[in-house]
Structures are given as C-alpha cells and as structure tokens.
Ligand binder design. Sequence first.
Ligand SMILES: *Cc1c(COP(=O)(O)O)cnc(C)c1O
Length: 487
Amino acid sequence: MSSKNNLFLTSSDSDQQVYQDMMAATVKAIAASVADDQAYAGMGPYDLRAALHTEELLPDNGMGFEAVLADVKAKILPNLVRPASTGYMAHLHGPALLESVASELIIATFNQSMDSWDQAPAATEIEVEVIRNLCKLYGYDDKADGTFTSGGSQSNLSGLLLARDWFCNEVLKYDVKKHGLPENFRKFRLYTSEISHFSMEKSAHLMGLGYESVVKVPVNEAMQMDVDALEALVKQDIADGNLPFCIVATVGTTDFGSIDPLAKLHELCQQYNLWLHADAAYGSGVVMSEKYAHRVSGLALADSITVDFHKMFLLPISCSASLVKDGRYFDALTIHADYLNREEDEEDGYINLVNKSMQTTRRFDALKVWMSFRMRGKDGWSAMITKCIDNAAYFHRQLLASPRVEVITVPEISSVVFRVLPGASGEDADTMNKRVRRELLHHHGIVIGQTVCRGNVCLKFTLLNPRQTPERLDELLALILKLADRK
Ligand SMILES: *Cc1c(COP(=O)(O)O)cnc(C)c1O
C-alpha cells in the first residue's frame, strides 16, 4: 500500500492512491477498535506504561506505514478512553461528532494557517463568517468580533487581557501596550467566584497582575456567585484605594454547571464602570437548546464571552472562541510585521486574522463549526443539547430518591455532583467514594468524575453525550451503590 516515497497528497496518481489507502486503512483500524461500549479497557498506569514503552522512537530504518499502524492498532487504540461511550462522564470532555472528524481530515490535509490571508484564503473568509454568526447567536450586534483560540483557558486570557487594556487605556488614560503595567498595577482587582476556573489566576499571573489581584467571591447554596458579597468586596476595595476593573461571571462552573447571575453582575459593572467577562466555556452550548436557552440569555450583556466548542458542542479538541462586544478592543493584540500582516494589504481587503489572536500559526477550527452547524441545523442541535440537560435533571431526581446518596446542588446544565453516604461496613465515606471511582475505571469500563465539595469527596457525572439514556443512568447508579457496599 504505502511507500516511503510518497510524502503528501498531490495531483500525482501515486500520491492520490497512497493517500486514499492510508486514510482508508486508518479509518478501518479505528472503527474496528470500538467493538464494545466500554469507556476504557481498564489498564492501570504501571502496566500501561510498560506496554507502551518504546526503546526506539526513531529506528535506524523506517518501519513503513503498515507496521506503524499495526502497532497503533495493537497498543494504542485499545487503551484510549472513548468519550462516545455512555459510560464516559468524567470531565467536560465530549465525543467528537462524525462530521467534525471529517472536518479534521480536511483541516489536517490542507493545513491552512489562520494568521494571514495568503496562508488561508477560503479558511479566513469562513472563519470571519462563522465569527459573525456566533456574535449574532450570543446576542451581540455588528460591532462585535471574535477569534478562534486553542481553548477556554486562552479565550479567558484573551478576554481578560482586553479588559485590562480597556481599563488602562480608557479609564486610567495610560498606554499599557507601549509602556507595560502602570505603577499602581498592584491595586488592580478582578472579581470571580470561589469556584471559577483556575485560568483566572493563571491569566492574572500571565498579565503581570499576580494571583493577589483575583478576588474570590463566595457562592450561595446553588453554587452561584453571591452578588451582595461581591458588591461589599468591590466597595471595600474602592474604600481601600484599590482599582476594580473586571467581574468574571462563570456561565457553567466546571464542577457543577452553575450559572452566575449575569443581569445583576451587569448592573454592578454599569454602576462601578467594570468590564464584564463571561466564562461560558461550559454553558455556551446551552444557547442551542430551545427549551433551556433562556438560562444563558444574559450572555449578551457581557463585554467578552468565552465559548468552548470542545465541551458541550461535541467538536474535537481544539475548538474555542473568544467573542468581544466591541471588536475595536482587539487592538490589544494587533502588531504589524513586514513579512506577515502588512497594513497596505489590509487596506486592499486582505484580512489577516493574526491581528486578533495571541497565536500566530493557528488551526482552521472554524470549519468544524461551519460543517456541523449546517449539517445538523437548529433542530438537530436543540435536540442534542436538550437531551443532555434533561438527562441531568432525571439523574438528579433519581439521586434525591435514594436514601444512600447526598446530592450537592440542583443541576442548571448537565453536571450532577453527589456522594454515597457510608453504609453498614463502617468504611469512611471519602475512602468509599474514591474506591468506587477507581473500581469503575479499572474493572467496569466506566469513567466518572471525582471532586471535593465543602470538604467532602464527591462523585460527578458530566453528561455531554446525547446518546445517554435514563435507563443507563439507573443502571450506573445501581452499580455504584452495589460497589459502595462491597467492602
Ligand atoms: C474547561 C473550562 C475552562 C478551560 O477551557 P479549556 O478549553 O480546557 O482550556 C475554563 N473555564 C471553565 C468554566 C471551564 O469549564
């Protein structure tokens, strides 16, 4: 089939044939490796490490594609987790929709780079089109703009950087891009809930502000930011001479899927002249559900929004966007290079997307959104997202009905956090919940999440798979309770 002499897909008959053969063989191996619905085959870290240990990554003589694929088939494919399994629900990590796997083949084969128009002509125009439509989807008008990023962490950093620059440039009248941070930078304050994503602290550090600039606001029983506590903190900071510049609303917290009250946070931002960033890495998908979209309708109020397509949207990693209500603020990321994004070209209509991005070389991830949105439409998307949220509501009801289980909070999206209470065995509850998760992983082909809530070890179901069913959820709960008692 393959020959080491064929390097790329070109117009030559031989390259055409080898490309098709290699892809077909790969597709066949992938499909054959998924012979059951287990989420993981079960191997532990030491065994897996030993099995995958390779003396020679770079052999003296190339092995050829068949031999490499045979190795991949024998050693790697069987030991990958399968997010498409209904037994997989550990993290905000979903399966990849079929059409988006096809998109990935196009993306990789043509390897466009989104930094400049001459490296990605059609891809640039499609990304612009997708971003325009996304801004509309989230309720922004035509002043808005956005960029694709590597993930929610980078989208958050991008949004917060724009917030910092807005504050320096427009409030403090200080050119931060040119001079670096102003002398009073230690007084900058950003507010976010105590259960927000750690990319807030990471971003604060990367922006030169440090962890101490991040004020953690308590959450209420529903795991949403406590607005009264927030306002008290802002007032105290102002009284102390500090400089509040941004509130971050989490729209779908990583563990609980709880949604901060966007309308109230927006009011506070208006009152105190603060930037509102919405970290909707998780909750951005809710907009697709006709039944539940109202839960995130406040997103339109935010000055910037993080959207992740590799979570609820079921597109392959990486795929994320950073949207900004007023596209002018992307100036924070614009710098001209003679070899890449010449101003004279831009005057003539060539769009160089590097001007809005922290990355230079960048993937054509927008194609995945374009193909999937068009293929499935509003109806298809609404059905998928609604199903996941309905599943979480169902599972929550089942847990409430079980005397052996404590549920942490009512799910607003599709994550359910709970813990099994100690039984007759006398085993400590934390130890028992941890043991159950490990046993599911290594002996039952099931991958669930684990976190800590109010000091207690909890189990977590993150339900992103529209193939999940109430019957299967009942089965999983019964199995968890059985394992809990088997000590
Ligand atoms: C997952 C997540 C992130 C980080 O996104 P990545 O795509 O993993 O970088 C940020 N915020 C929240 C709320 C998340 O759940």
